[in-house]
Design a protein around this ligand. Sequence first.
Ligand code: F6P
Length: 369
Amino acid sequence: MHPPIRRIAISTGGGDAPGLNAVISSVVWAAANRGWECVGIRDGFNGILAPERYPQGGVELLTRDRVRGIAHLGGTILGTTNKGDPFHFPVRQADGSVSEVDRSGEILDYFKREGIDALVIAGGDGTLTIGHELHRRGLRVVGVPKTIDNDLDKTHTTFGFDTAVSFATECLDRLHSTAESHQRVMVVEVMGRYAGWIALHAGISGGAHAILMPEIPYDIEKVAAAIRERDAHGRLYSLVVVAEGARARQGERALLAEAEAGHAERLGGIGEQVARDLAGRTGKDARVVVLGHLLRGGSPTSFDRLAAKRFGTAAVRALDEGHSGVMVALSHPNVVYVPLTEVAGRMKAVPRDSDTLQTGRDLGICFGD
Ligand code: F6P
């Protein structure tokens, strides 16, 4: 028998993704329907660990009224951060350097003191690893898989991914005409960290002629040859989608910033390199469009909204049924619970035998290999 639940907390961590507000509101509604109270922690766990930053309170009561009308909005009303891991909390030292301190005990103390019985935590790999560690230290935790990158294992998809792919596809649709009018190569850099899901799905949907992704280190000469081949057939423009984590066979990943205490490295810049290399090898004009954080903005698509609402309510059901240390996941057509141990610290790359990848190859898209 598990002790009854009266009060739960919600935290949203890592990069924001469209659908987070739908998760928050559906958790609040499903909890309220069971007579439970919900509180939301500001900016991951910073609302508890750095309360001085929140004059209005680092933890707020989430009533039905507070979450009314937010499900279709992008972002997260709770705020989020990728610099607030309680197990590796960045603390500035007297000499100006930043070191990491384990402050997880303060979270557990807070939950005990405030009578919070469980935590619903929405996030990607890093955030769910935090959830897993808190569960191991005795907290009741259910995770919700969020990331535009779709790189979480054990769920068919994360929410946020469909919105990012839909927007990138629309951008590609718009770039065809301008690329064709100027007979240019347009290189479109998309996010995705070390996985090529966004590049692959948007590239195929938006009719790209080449897709470069981390899973397939590319030979730029192969891409240039594909563009020359198109030219030879009178198709004088080309669209190339490049995932931010892609790299040439003998090359390095392009970084905007190295990793530092409490913060992972920032990827970006590969689009510029690819455009420069392709212009040099084909003699064509090349331009770069970096979609970046635009992929994280805007309203969630209906797919992401529904997924977020299914995940949020399932997280509450999971707690009600006595589960802890699990993530709600999509295993078509159902939502299932998978142990956080099988998710934490893992990454789901595009498999080499993916039929979507094969679709691209059968359509004649160049992958640079
Ligand atoms: O994980 C989501 C994501 O948008 C990645 O695709 C990207 O590499 C990263 O976050 C960017 O993080 P930040 O917003 O800190 O620059």
